[in-house]
Design a binder for this molecule. Structure first.
Ligand code: FE
Ligand code: CA
Length: 540
C-alpha cells in the first residue's frame, strides 16, 4: 500500500494516467489507488482496481420522510489480508436520490464517508422525502457507480390506506440452496420486506448437508469458505460471500427491508450471553460484540441501531397509515437461557415454567405491551424470529422446541393473557426459524382446540436453508394431526407475501419446486385470511 498521506507521492500520482497507475500498482499487489485528496481526512478521488460495489446496495427502515441507504466499498470482498482491497483510510462516497429511475429528477445528493472502522460501509439516513412514494438511489465513488436501488417511503401516519403488501423472508443458508426465491421476491410488487433473521450461518464450510424435511444427505450447492466464524473479519467475509449473490442483491435493490437477526448471525441458539456450547459468558460476549459490529456494518440500519458493545437496538416500530403497526422484536439479546439445557429429550423439565424466564427482557416486553395498548391501527404485527405457538414436535410423545416461545411458558402466557384481557384481537405474529411454513391459531391454553384463539401466527419457511424439501416430509402428516390448531404445514423453500387491507389480513405461502438447481419454479402453496376482530387463520 503506498503511503497516500505523503504529499509528494500524491503529486506524482496525479500526473500518472489511470491505466499506468493500475499497471504500476497491480504489479505491486496494491488493490486500490488514491488520487490527490480533497481533505487530509478522506480520499475524494479513489481509483479501484476492482469494482467497489460488489456487495450491492440496500435500503432499510423506511419512515414517512426517508429511509436508510446502504452500501459497502470493497473491491475484493473476500480478501481479508488485503483489507478487502481498501486502504485503511476514510473514502468519500457520493449518493443521489431521484424520483425517476433514469435519475433525471434528482431530489437529493450528498457525500458520505466510508470509514475503515466500519469496514468502509456507508449508512445514509435520508430525511425530507415525500411520504408514500417510491424513490431511486445510487452511490458514486471515484469514477465508479453502483447500480440503483428502489425504496418506498411510508405513508403519512393516520392516513386511510386501502392496501399494503409486504414480503417475509429469512433463513438463507448459502450452501443448502440457490437464492432463486430472492430473484422472485425482487419481482414482487411490495411496499417493503421483513427479514426475520438467519441472514448468514456461522458454521464451517461443508460439502454435505441433510435435507431438513426429507433427511436425505445431499451435496452442498456451493460451499462457504473457512471454519466456523468468530472474529470481526470472519463475519465480514461471511456476509460478503452471501451478499455477492446477484439474486440476494436484486431483492435488496428492489425493496426496502426491515431486518432483525436471529441466532445464526452470531451462533446457533444463542440467548443473551449464553452460547450453545456453554462457553464462559464473558468470552461469548466478545464474539457477540464482533458479530454485532459486522451485522450493523452489513445492514441498512439507522443510527439509533449503532452498536455499543454487544448492545444494538433492533426492536423498533413502524406504522402504515391507519392500517398496520409493526413491532420488530429482538428475541435473542435479552432472553434467558433455554430450559432443559436446550435438549428436547430432557423435556419436560421445571425450567420451562420458570417464572423468572424471559424472551424479550423486561424493558422490551413493557415497550411492546405499551405499544399494543396505544396502537390505533386496524392491524398490529409482532415481526420476530421464533415460533410463538405451542406446537408438539413428535407424533407420539409430547415434545416442544425449547428455543421457541413454547420453551418460555411464563412470559408467553403473560403476553397471551394481556392480549385477551385488553381485547386486542387484531394481532398477527410473523416468525421464521423453523424452515417450514406454518399457519397457526394461537390458543390461550396450549394447543387445546376448545381454548379461545387469541392471535394468528404465520411462520415463513426459509429462502434456502434445508434444501429442496418436500410438501410433507417424514412423518409430517402425523405431526400435523397432533396439532389441530395448525392449519398449514409445508416443508418447501419460499417466503410469505402478506396483503393487509381494512377488511382482511391475507397471507400467501409461496414455495419453490426446488432450490438445488437454477430455474426453480415459484407457486402459491396456500392462501390464508384473518378477519378483523376474529383471530384465526382461514384457508381460502
Ligand atoms: Fe434458520
Ligand atoms: Ca434460527
Amino acid at each position: 500500500m503506498p503511503n497516500c498521506t505523503d504529499p509528494l507521492l500524491d503529486l506524482k500520482l496525479a500526473r500518472l494516467s489511470r491505466r499506468r497507475l493500475l499497471q504500476r500498482f497491480a504489479a505491486s499487489g496494491t488493490a486500490a489507488l488514491f488520487l490527490p485528496v480533497a481533505t487530509r481526512e478522506s480520499f475524494a478521488q479513489p481509483i479501484f482496481t476492482d469494482y467497489p460495489f460488489q456487495l450491492g446496495v440496500a435500503a432499510g427502515d423506511p419512515a414517512p420522510d426517508g429511509f436508510v441507504i446502504w452500501t459497502r466499498l470493497c473491491p475484493r470482498p473476500l480478501d481479508v489480508e488485503a483489507h478487502y482491497g481498501m486502504p485503511r483510510q476514510p473514502v468519500e462516497v457520493t449518493w443521489e436520490v431521484a424520483r425517476d429511475l433514469r435519475f433525471r429528477d434528482i431530489v437529493q445528493t450528498g457525500t458520505a464517508v466510508a470509514h475503515p472502522d466500519l469496514g468502509h460501509s456507508v449508512h445514509v439516513e435520508l430525511i425530507g422525502l415525500e411520504p408514500g412514494r417510491p424513490y431511486f438511489y445510487r452511490f458514486i465513488a471515484g469514477r465508479e457507480r453502483s447500480f440503483m436501488g428502489r425504496a418506498r417511503t411510508l405513508p403519512t401516519p393516520g392516513t386511510s390506506l386501502a392496501k399494503l403488501r409486504f414480503g417475509v423472508v429469512g433463513c438463507q443458508h448459502y450452501e443448502q440452496g440457490l437464492y432463486t426465491a430472492h430473484a422472485h421476491l425482487a419481482r414482487e410488487e411490495l411496499d417493503f420486506v421483513f427479514c426475520y433473521g438467519d441472514y448468514i450461518y456461522e458454521g464451517r464450510g461443508n460439502d454435505l448437508y441433510a435435507d431438513w424435511t426429507t433427511g436425505e444427505i445431499k451435496r452442498s450447492v456451493r460451499k462457504s469458505r473457512g471454519d466456523e466464524i468468530h472474529s470481526l473479519d470472519d463475519y465480514r467475509r461471511r456476509y460478503a460471500e452471501y451478499k455477492m449473490d446477484a439474486n440476494l442483491m436484486s431483492a435488496h435493490a428492489a425493496h426496502a427491508w426491515f431486518p432483525v437477526w436471529d441466532d445464526h448471525e452470531i451462533d446457533n441458539n444463542w440467548a443473551g450471553n449464553n452460547d450453545q456450547d456453554g462457553s464462559p459468558p464473558e468470552r461469548f460476549r466478545l464474539r457477540r460484540i464482533m458479530a454485532t459490529q459486522a451485522y450493523y456494518e452489513m445492514m441498512p440500519l439507522r443510527k439509533a441501531s449503532f452498536p455499543v458493545g454487544e448492545s444494538i437496538q433492533l426492536n423498533r416500530r413502524a406504522r402504515w397509515g391507519n392500517l398496520l403497526e409493526m413491532n420488530f422484536l429482538d428475541t435473542r439479546s435479552y432472553r434467558s437461557d433455554q430450559a432443559c439445557g436446550d435438549d428436547w429429550s430432557r423435556y419436560p423439565c421445571a425450567g420451562v415454567r420458570d417464572p423468572q424466564a424471559t424472551v424479550l427482557g423486561a424493558a422490551q416486553e413493557r415497550w411492546l405491551l405499551d405499544g399494543l395498548n396505544a396502537s390505533k391501527t386496524r392491524w398490529n404485527a409482532l415481526a420476530q424470529q421464533v415460533m410463538f405457538s405451542d406446537f408438539s414436535r413428535d407424533a407420539k410423545a409430547e415434545r416442544i422446541n425449547l428455543d421457541s416461545w413454547a420453551g418460555y411458558a411464563v412470559p408467553r402466557e403473560r403476553l397471551l393473557n394481556h392480549l385477551q384481557q385488553q381485547r386486542l384481537r387484531n394481532v398477527v405474529v410473523l416468525s421464521g426459524d423453523e424452515h417450514q411454513h406454518y399457519a397457526l391459531d394461537v390458543k390461550l391454553q396450549g394447543g387445546q382446540s376448545d381454548s379461545p384463539t387469541v392471535l394468528t401466527e404465520f411462520v415463513g419457511s426459509s429462502m434456502s436453508s434445508g434444501g429442496d424439501g418436500a410438501d410433507l416430509g417424514r412423518g409430517g402428516r402425523a405431526v400435523w394431526d397432533r396439532n389441530p390448531h395448525c392449519k398449514l404445514y409445508n416443508g418447501q423453500r419460499g417466503y410469505l407475501v402478506c396483503e393487509v387491507r381494512p377488511d382482511a389480513w391475507q397471507t400467501d405461502f409461496m414455495v419453490l419446486d426446488q432450490v438445488s438447481q437454477p430455474g426453480g419454479v415459484l407457486s402459491r402453496r396456500a392462501r390464508f385470511q384473518v378477519a378483523p376482530d376474529q383471530p384465526g387463520a382461514q384457508q381460502l
